[in-house]
Design a protein. Sequence first.
Length: 414
Amino acid sequence: MSDTTVLIVGGGFAGVACAQLLAKHDVDVIMLDRNNYHQFQPMLYQVATAQLAADDIARPLRGIFRHDKTVEVRHTAVTSIDLDARSVTTTLGSGLSADYLVTAVGAEANYFGTPGAAEHSLPLYSVNDAERLRTRILEVLDATIERPELIEMGALNFVIVGGGPTGVETAGALAEALRDAVPEGYQSLAQSAQVHLVDHGEVLLAPFSDKAHAYAAKRLQDDGVTLHLGVGVKEVFPDRVTLSDGDTIMTHAVIWGGGEKPADVIAAAGLPQGHGGRIEVEQDLTVADHPQVYVLGDAANIAGADGKTLPQLGSVAQQSGSLDRPQHPRRDRRQGTYAVRLQRQGHHGHDRPQRRRRRDGCASARGRWPGSVRGLAGRPRHAAQRRTEQDRRVHRLGLGLLQQERRDSDGRCT
Ligand SMILES: Cc1cc2nc3c(=O)[nH]c(=O)nc-3n(C[C@H](O)[C@H](O)[C@H](O)COP(=O)(O)OP(=O)(O)OC[C@H]3O[C@@H](n4cnc5c(N)ncnc54)[C@H](O)[C@@H]3O)c2cc1C
């Protein structure tokens, strides 16, 4: 047992990486999450389109830390954070404080004030969101079988807002599911279903190369997706969306991938916010004037070695919890997580979810949008290379805490 206690809010990529690191050093950790599981966000759209079951992408947090005796997992939502006291209040009704407070609460949908968007569209940030979306898709299909007149009212139009990675992946997966899987149960509907993707930018996957813009657009159009580029969503209603060019798309299912912001609980903590509302952090990921409070992962505005803000990616979040300095993912690695998926034909992953999907005979879309745990990790590395990378690691957060602990106990940093 150590003298130091660390409170980690959020058991996502960043929080889990941080707790795992601290556990190796026997630091006492209390991890709080509103879910009792860790979710693998990059595969949410596969749950939403019924290609994977929810439990394929969610792991119990207690299971992850079952061998780490210094990590205690508590299932509760944090409702407010007191930076000065390094304490939080939770839905369990009790307050908790610690020597160090680590917040890794991720991001949530940013509707940019679009009227009706929060009420009538479906975001895709959690397993619950994905299941809600899947249910909505099936409800719409079932309702249309019973009442074919709903087709005229746009019930089989699926509108995706946002042409970034989430929107593009979801549009592709949905178009493919509607084409390949839906006909099995809803033969009469397949011809009428239509996926629309709306983005106010002129290209898809804006941060990627020109080649990727063109490729993504072509692939989606080949799969029957209608692109509405250069127009924004003006308002979302229960039965339609209106666009900035005056058009209206009748729909009963709007999926919001149009932007994100840090989770409410950290946004409300009164900290300076930068691009996209992300919390400004120091080089060591602490926040201004609070050297014992850290913000990690998607919620933080983390600068890479070149000073540029790092993208909100799983690898960046993991590194923010465990490495010296999150690295800008190499362009090809980043494309490995998003765009290359679009280019892959056939199944390449050998991860558990894909295997289970085939075994269960789930509604597979022929694995053309495979997504892979390996994609997130990048290419497999040789053992020697892995060792060198480990040697180079300076566990900033973990060792920072350990040094502080030693400094506290004998007055100087070892
Ligand atoms: C649909 C989608 C697809 C993606 N695809 C890719 C991809 O292909 N490749 C890639 O690299 N990245 C991808 N990403 C991004 C990647 O998932 C994120 O960068 C990463 O999950 C961020 O990790 P995090 O730990 O900061 O936050 P998260 O993983 O979001 O974890 C935050 C945790 O905090 C908990 N939490 C939040 N608020 C509270 C509260 N008030 N109280 C208690 N707990 C709370 C949540 O339950 C969650 O467990 C994708 C993201 C999405 C949404």
